[in-house]
Design a protein around this ligand. Structure first.
Ligand SMILES: [Zn+2]
Length: 215
């Protein structure tokens, strides 16, 4: 059985990737990053999801990144206001690049040669480090830097969030365990950009949304 590492954020997209990998027969390992995000709840949810799926899981503490990103993104810096619509402050520049680099290192340490992450179609517009051009270049760099045949893939990079949810439903993804909100409330806020996309995607997929929203 081939080993792979799935970058699991705790959100519905990466959770579906993890379920998809296991369904494909991979020996899947999950990795989750604490990058100083306000929504640490997503990390706890990732732990529960990996447990539910029955796969090994590593949480990596990169919380010092908060110092790098302070003043840049509202996801780590409470003084930058969160908006309901998409806006620059929710971008965390090169976050995926950092995650992929650490994941390549982890993959080499456990003998995995495939890395999967949950970039989806609509990420491409705003997040350059979610684009195929980027991760294929990163794949080349990983091969050069390890002399191993590392493969990087985002199996859902061509499809929209609602279609990922449909796939997830087929695979039995426990959506109630997934977390999307940029805040760290007891329930999803229901208003931030990420909650808005989550609501919209469940609606478009015609799947009953199990999420409890504050409003
Ligand atoms: Zn929210």
């Amino acid at each position: 059985v081939d080993k792979c590492v799935v970058i699991l954020s705790g959100g519905p997209d990466s959770t579906t990737v993890a379920y998809w990998a296991k369904d494909k027969g991979y020996e899947a390992h999950a990795i989750t990053f604490n990058y100083g995000q306000i929504a640490t709840r997503e990390i706890n949810q990732a732990v529960k999801i990996a447990n539910e799926l029955g796969i090994p899981h590593k949480v990596v503490d990169l919380s010092a990144l908060k110092e790098i990103y302070s003043g840049v993104t509202s996801l780590v810096d409470k003084s930058i206001p969160m908006t309901e619509e998409f806006s620059q402050p929710i971008i965390v520049p090169f976050r995926n690049g950092i995650f992929l680099a650490v994941t390549v290192a982890y993959a080499t340490s456990i003998g995995a040669n495939l890395i999967l992450y949950g970039a989806q179609g609509s990420d491409e517009k705003y997040y350059p480090d979610c684009r195929r051009d980027f991760y294929k270049a990163f794949e080349s760099a990983s091969r050069l830097g390890t002399e191993l045949s590392i493969e990087l893939d985002a199996p859902f990079s061509e499809i929209q969030k609602s279609d990922i949810l449909k796939k997830g439903q087929e695979l039995g993804v426990p959506f109630h365990l997934t977390w999307s909100c940029y805040y760290n409330g007891l329930t999803h806020c229901g208003k931030c950009e990420s909650c808005t996309n989550r609501k919209k995607a469940f609606h478009e997929a015609k799947i009953l949304d199990p999420t409890e929203y504050a409003e």
